[in-house]
Structures are given as structure tokens and as C-alpha cells.
Design a protein around this ligand. Sequence first.
Ligand SMILES: C[S@@+](CC[C@H](N)C(=O)[O-])C[C@H]1O[C@@H](n2cnc3c(N)ncnc32)[C@H](O)[C@@H]1O
Ligand SMILES: [Zn+2]
Length: 380
Amino acid sequence: MAKLQTTKITEGDSCFSVPKQSFSDPHHCPVFYNPEMQFNRDLSTIFLKTCIEHCKITKPRLFDGYTGTGIRGIRYLKESDIDTAVLCDAGDASIPFIKKNILLNKVSKRAAVMHMDVNQALSTSPLFDVIEMDPFGSPIQNIDSAFRRGKKKFILSLTFTDLANLCGGHKDACKRFYNAQSINCAFCHELAMRIIIGHVANIASLHEFGVTPLVSWYQGHYVKTFLLCESGALKADANFDKLGYAWLCKKCGNRGTSVEMLSKCDCGEKLNVAGPLWLDKFSSKEVLKKAAVNLAEQKFYAEAQQAKLVKFMGLLFEESEAPLFYSLSELCSQAKLHVPKLVDFMNKLQSNGFEVTATHFAPGCFKTNATIKNILALLK
Ligand SMILES: C[S@@+](CC[C@H](N)C(=O)[O-])C[C@H]1O[C@@H](n2cnc3c(N)ncnc32)[C@H](O)[C@@H]1O
Ligand SMILES: [Zn+2]
């Protein structure tokens, strides 16, 4: 194979050697580095640092399962208070990049490299405080291994990009990988996140672990979640109290969640049902608040990048913890009504005594405790 041309880049507080091809065609490059995921890595480093502080984990030992060039694991070592890290990748061409980036960032004493499959690497390793999985597609086939190699209290950090499976596109694949069904609708990315957390919680229960989401978000083509996993039969049993279903009536727009699976809407129409899925919070306000403080203390971000991070984290913090949301343009088009400005309509809901927030899942959408009947009455 021809030698890859390389270039140096800076991300966060670190410097990396990456293939030049990453900037023209990252998805066909034998070594994976996607510059467009920098925002994700910036958020992830701040959130991981905060989660570690929040969970009071000392001298955390990290496993970065799909490390690519090593960029994520090395940034965690330098920016998120990770003490030692195992950087693992099965790709032959990735290994020289990981080794070079360890040297470039002077973390040789704290980083080890494993050149093998994630499940194999985990099966031969001692226990970890943080397990990171950012693969192509879904890490769902690694969750069992993660629960075998997580300490009694550990943080599981997962990225999913198989959103077509999780958003109602491929029903068979959703059933096969997540034992769930989804709905192709305006809030399908929230359903995707809740199906993921619900299914991971199910696997956690098998290993007698309870799961608490610390921070989760959706952006463009992925869902990311940081989960606190704690060992204990009672904690594992408590996972089941947070599982249930979401439903949508495509005739009248009614939507909601329930512990039992419902089949019929109040209007008489058959409901579309998604689940089993996670009904509880997908982020902790406390973690998001502390993360904002940690971000403000970082000095290495350019002003524009810092502002972008502040804005996105603010949106996550402000978002209501109640499940599901409405698309204003979809509601108006179905009811054949003129679309008001989102901010004006949100103010109207608020002045009529309802709670309302924006959502990070989609612009032009809102979360509220108003019913569909309340909303339509205020739109007319
Ligand atoms: C999406 S990339 C990882 C990107 C990286 N986390 C980052 O932030 O830049 C997925 C990586 O997984 C590696 N890979 C694919 N299958 C694997 C397996 N079964 N075990 C370990 N690594 C694997 C690929 O070589 C590739 O580098
Ligand atoms: Zn209905």
C-alpha cells in the first residue's frame, strides 16, 4: 500500500498527525480522522472531564475502543483528567498514527496501544473506569464486553451513527440490534436516543448494573451518550422502572409516553408505537451546569468555537426533561395554518400558562406540557 501523506492539525490542547486525505475523503481513507467531528470531540472532552468530577472517579483508566488516529483518547488524557489509557484499533494502518500521536503529545508513560478487535481487547484487559466506543455505525455488539470490563462504577461513552435503523427506516435492523421498534416522524432522533439508552440499560441489567444518563445529545448524523454504570442488583432492577413506550397518532398529532404499550388514540385512530425505550432523563442538569463552568475555564478554544460550544451546551441545559416535542411547521402544514415565528408561538404558550422550551434535536421545534388540543387551539 502506498504511504499515506500526512499533515499536522491542532484540536483542543493537542497536536496530531493525520492523513491529508481526511480533508477530501475521510470515509475512504485507510486511517480514519474526520475533521467535521471536532465539535463532537470538543464537547466530549468537556463532558467527560465533568462526568469524572461529578462521579468522583479518581485516577481514571480509559479504554478507547475505536481510536482511529488516537485523537479522542489522547485528548481525553490531556483535557479530561484521564490518568492512563488503552488506545485500541483493529486497523493495520491506524497503529503507526496512534504511536506517532502518543509521542507528539508526550503521553507515552500514560498510553498503551492495542492492535485488535474491541471485544477481544476488552476480554484480555483489566477493568476500566471509562469505556469509550466511537465506531462506524453502532457499538451495540460491544456492550456486553463493556459491562464485563467496567469497574463497579464506570462511565460508558457511546456514539451511534446507524440512525436510519433507529429512526424508523429499517424496521428489521432496529428489532435485531435494539429489540425495539421506532417511528419515522419529526421526533425520531429523540426516539433513537431513548431506544439506545433503553437497550443498553437492558444489557446492563443482565450484568447487574444500573444506568444513569449523565449527558446525551444528537447532532447531524450521530447520537452520543455518557452513562454512569453502577453495579448492584437493586440498581439493575431500577432500570426497568424507566422503560416504556412512546406513541404518536398520525391523524390528530397526539403524542406521549407510557409504561404500557397503548394501541388506540383518544380520536379512535390506531397509534404508531416506538419502544421499548428509556422514559427518564437523558442528561443531568447538574452535569450540564458544571460542564458550562469547565468550558468557561478552558483557554485554548478560539473565540468562535468557544461561542459555538457555549450556545449548544446552553440549548442542552435549557431543554425540558419531558419527553417528545412538536415541529411547528409540521403542525401548521397538517392543520393548513400559517406558520408563526417559533419564538412568538412559544411566548404565546407561556403566557397561557404552559411550560415550553426549545429542543436541541431540531430547530423550529418545541417541548411543552400543553396537549395537542391546547396547541392547535392557540395556533388557530
Ligand atoms: C469512526 S472511526 C473512529 C474515530 C475516532 N474515534 C475519532 O474520534 O477520530 C472507527 C475506527 O474503528 C476501527 N475499527 C473497525 N472495526 C474495529 C474493531 N472490530 N475493533 C477495533 N477497531 C475497529 C477502524 O479502523 C477505525 O479507525
Ligand atoms: Zn388521534
